[in-house]
Design a protein. Structure first.
Length: 236
């Protein structure tokens, strides 16, 4: 156990840039507070509901993909952290930039929806939906952060140097991101309008990160894998 802990410490020491994730908890706290502060009243918040929402069925089985969003994020970030500093920073910054901008918008433009079902159904998936409903109010929804982060990661993983030649893995990532997107509507956690806005913003947000925040010129030397992380520095 001590040897394993030492390896983990050495791994993180070789990648000090992973500390950028330390600012993520602030967004989680911000969302948690805002999610419960927004009043579900059209006189105080903006109701998001379009005709298409009423035609989308409730499918509780998609709740699995909704909660696996967290695993999806962790898996992508851990992979690029192992193999490439540039890929990791673009994925991590892409996620946080997306989340913080969305949170700012949700703060100044509070939103909610009225799409949730009264009977979530039985079985494990029905129970998962009940737990989601209990933990997460249908507020601060526009645009969908589930959708935006999923596709920001899908795009970054597609163009990641550490993913070259891994066509099937890239296809799986896009498939999973799509299933997460569908889950937000099928379990009635989001309006389709939330999804449409998120999809419209994904590419612009990715381009901002790729060409303005972390362009190639900020990286000196070769983008080093695993043990050579120290050779890949970022200029100021």
């Amino acid at each position: 156990m001590k040897a394993l802990i030492k390896k983990l410490i050495d791994f993180l020491k070789a990648r000090p840039y992973c500390l950028i994730l330390a600012i993520w908890p602030a967004q989680i706290i911000w969302y948690g507070v805002l999610n419960h502060l927004i009043v579900q009243d059209p006189s105080k918040s903006h109701l998001i509901h379009i005709p298409l929402d009423d035609k989308i069925p409730y499918i509780r089985q998609f709740s699995a993909f909704y909660i696996l969003w967290f695993v999806f994020i962790a898996a992508c970030l851990i992979y690029v952290l192992i193999y490439s500093k540039k890929d990791f920073l673009r994925c991590a910054v892409g996620c946080m930039f997306t989340l913080y901008v969305c949170m700012t918008f949700c703060t100044v433009f509070p939103t909610y929806h009225d799409l949730r079902v009264a009977d979530t159904g039985g079985g494990l998936t029905g129970l998962i939906v009940k737990m989601i409903y209990a933990a997460d109010e249908p507020t601060a929804i526009y645009p969908s952060m589930h959708v935006m982060v999923s596709y920001v990661l899908a795009i970054r993983m597609t163009f990641a140097e550490s993913m070259k030649g891994k066509i099937w893995w890239k296809a799986f990532i896009w498939f999973f991101a799509t299933m997460i997107t569908l889950s937000t509507m099928f379990i009635k956690q989001h309006s389709s309008a939330d999804v449409f806005l998120a999809l419209a913003l994904v590419i612009p947000f990715d381009l901002i990160v790729r060409f303005l925040i972390l362009p190639d010129r900020r990286f000196k030397g070769k983008d080093a894998p695993a043990g050579a992380a120290e050779n890949d520095t970022v200029s100021t």
